[in-house]
Design a protein around this ligand. Structure first.
Ligand SMILES: NC(=O)c1ccc[n+]([C@@H]2O[C@H](COP(=O)([O-])OP(=O)(O)OC[C@H]3O[C@@H](n4cnc5c(N)ncnc54)[C@H](O)[C@@H]3O)[C@@H](O)[C@H]2O)c1
Length: 401
C-alpha cells in the first residue's frame, strides 16, 4: 500500500493535516492547491494552522515525503478537501467540480478518488456521472474502472491531527469495491471506519452539523430568555445537564466557522424542505448575533461612550479562524450603526493582515503591547480566548457574553 502515491487536493485546515497523517505512515504525498502563496509557504515549512504538531510534521516531511504543488499530477489516490462554501443559500460546487474536471483529465484505471468536502446529498452520484461522461474509456458495461467514495471529515480545529486519526470515520463508496479500497487506504491512518453508501455518508455529515446548529439555536434563545427574566443561563444549563439524558451546549454570540453555519443549508435546499427546525435555528442563531450587537449599542448609548475595546474576533476560542465569525458581523453592525464610535479591536490569534475592515473607518486594530493604554476603556469580550484571563492589562469592568 505504501507504494501508492496519494495526492491531497485543497491544503487547508483539513487537507494539510490529512496529508501529514499519511506522510507519518510512510506514504509519499503530493499536495495541490490553487492558492500559489499557500504552496510557496508550505514549501518553506510555513502554515497558518496554529497547531504545534502540524507545524512540526510539516517541517519534518516537507520536500522529503510531502510535496505541495501548484499543478495537479497523476496519482494513484486523490483525496479532495476543497471548501464547501455557499453562494446565498446554495452550495458553491465550483471548487469541487473544477477539481473533478482536473482529475478526470489525468485519471487512470484503478485510481481512487475520496471526496472529503462536505456536500449536498447526491453530489457523489453527480460526480460519478460527470467522470463517466468525460472518461468513457474508464466506464465499461455500466461498471466504473476507477474507485470513488465519499468520506466526510469531523475534525475539531485546534486538535486536527489527533481527530483525523482517531475519530470514527464514515466511508460511503459508489460500490463495494470502492468502499473496500477506500477502507484499505484510510485504515493506514485511522482504524475506526464504518462502511455505508455515498448518499448515507453525505446525509450523516449534514445531519451532524445541522444537529449542532439546532442545539445552539436553542441555547442561544435560552440565553436571551434568561437575561430578559433575570435568570442565570449558566446555572440553568449546569442544572439541566444533571439530567442523565440532557447535554445542553454553551450559548454564544451566534454561530461561526466553516461547517455549522453552512452545512445545514445543504440539507434544506431541496425541492421539498423537510426540516422546519433547521430554518428556525438558523434564524435563532443569527438573531443572537443581532441581539448582542444591539445590547452593545444600548450600553454605548446609556454610558455615552465614544470609544470601546472589543476582545476576540475569531469564530471560536483559542484559534484565529475568522470564517463566518459572528464577532466580525457584530463589529460591522456596530460600526455602521454608530459611525462616531471608535471601535478598538484585539485578538491575539488573528494577524493584522487577516483583518479586513477597509470600509469601516471607525474600526481600529491594536497590538498586544498597546493594551496597557486601553485599561480604562469599556471592554466587550466576544470570544473567550484563555489567554485573555491571564492578561492583567485588560479592563476590570469587562462585559462578557
Ligand atoms: N475546518 C474544519 O474544521 C472542518 C471540519 C470538518 C469538515 N470540514 C470540511 O472539509 C472541507 C475543507 O475544509 P477546510 O476547513 O480544510 O477548508 P480551507 O478553506 O481551510 O481549505 C481549502 C483549501 O482548498 C483550496 N482550494 C479551493 N478551491 C480549490 C480548487 N479548485 N482546487 C484546489 N484547491 C482549492 C483553498 O485554497 C484552500 O487552501 C470543507 O468541505 C469543510 O466543510 C472542515
Amino acid at each position: 500500500m505504501k507504494n501508492k502515491k496519494i495526492t491531497v487536493v485543497g491544503l487547508g485546515y483539513v487537507g494539510l493535516p490529512t496529508a501529514l497523517s499519511y506522510c507519518k505512515k510512510g506514504f509519499e504525498v503530493n499536495g495541490f492547491d490553487i492558492d500559489k502563496k499557500l504552496i510557496l509557504n508550505l514549501n518553506k515549512g510555513i502554515t497558518k494552522i496554529d497547531e504545534k504538531n502540524v507545524k512540526i510534521l510539516l517541517k519534518k516531511y516537507i520536500k522529503k515525503k510531502f510535496f505541495p504543488k501548484s499543478c495537479l499530477e497523476p496519482s494513484d489516490i486523490f483525496i479532495i478537501t476543497v471548501p464547501s462554501n455557499r453562494i446565498g443559500t446554495r452550495q458553491n460546487l465550483k471548487p469541487l467540480l473544477s477539481t473533478i474536471n482536473l482529475i478526470a483529465k489525468i485519471l487512470k484505471k484503478n485510481n481512487l478518488i475520496i471526496i472529503e468536502t462536505t456536500c449536498e446529498v447526491g453530489t457523489t452520484q453527480k460526480i460519478k456521472k460527470i467522470i463517466n461522461k468525460k472518461r468513457p474509456d474508464l466506464f465499461h458495461n455500466k461498471k466504473e474502472n476507477y474507485y470513488l467514495s465519499y468520506s466526510p471529515e469531523r475534525v475539531f480545529p485546534g486538535n486536527s491531527l489527533f481527530e483525523i486519526e482517531n475519530n470514527a470515520k464514515i466511508i460511503g463508496g459508489i460500490n463495494h469495491s470502492s468502499n473496500h479500497y477506500s477502507k484499505k487506504i484510510i485504515s493506514s491512518i485511522n482504524n475506526n471506519l464504518n462502511l455505508t453508501s455515498d448518499r448515507v455518508a453525505e446525509t450523516v455529515k449534514l445531519v451532524e452539523n445541522s444537529y449542532r446548529n439546532i442545539q445552539l439555536g436553542f441555547v442561544n434563545e435560552l440565553s436571551i430568555f434568561s437575561e430578559k427574566n433575570n435568570l442565570d443561563v449558566n446555572e440553568i444549563i449546569k442544572l439541566s445537564n444533571m439530567h442523565p439524558r440532557i447535554n445542553l451546549l454553551k450559548p454564544g454570540i451566534g454561530v461561526g466557522g466553516h461547517c455549522i453555519p453552512i452545512d445545514p443549508y445543504f440539507l434544506i435546499n431541496r425541492k421539498q424542505n423537510d426540516f422546519k427546525s433547521i430554518n428556525t435555528s438558523i434564524k435563532s442563531n443569527s438573531f443572537k448575533t443581532l441581539w448582542v450587537s444591539k445590547k452593545i449599542l444600548k450600553i454605548v448609548k446609556e454610558k455615552k461612550l465614544n470609544k470601546i475595546l472589543i476582545l476576540g474576533l475569531s469564530y471560536k476560542e483559542n484559534i484565529g479562524d475568522l470564517r463566518e465569525s459572528p464577532a466580525i458581523r457584530i463589529l460591522k453592525i456596530i460600526s455602521k450603526a454608530n459611525k462616531n464610535l471608535k471601535l478598538f479591536i484585539y485578538d491575539p490569534y488573528v494577524k493584522k493582515s487577516d483583518i479586513k475592515f477597509e470600509k469601516y473607518k471607525n474600526i481600529i486594530a491594536i497590538k498586544k503591547s498597546s493594551l496597557i493604554n486601553y485599561k480604562k476603556i469599556t471592554t466587550f469580550k466576544l470570544v473567550n480566548h484563555k489567554i485573555f484571563e491571564k492578561n492583567k492589562n485588560l479592563n476590570k469592568s469587562l462585559i462578557k457574553f
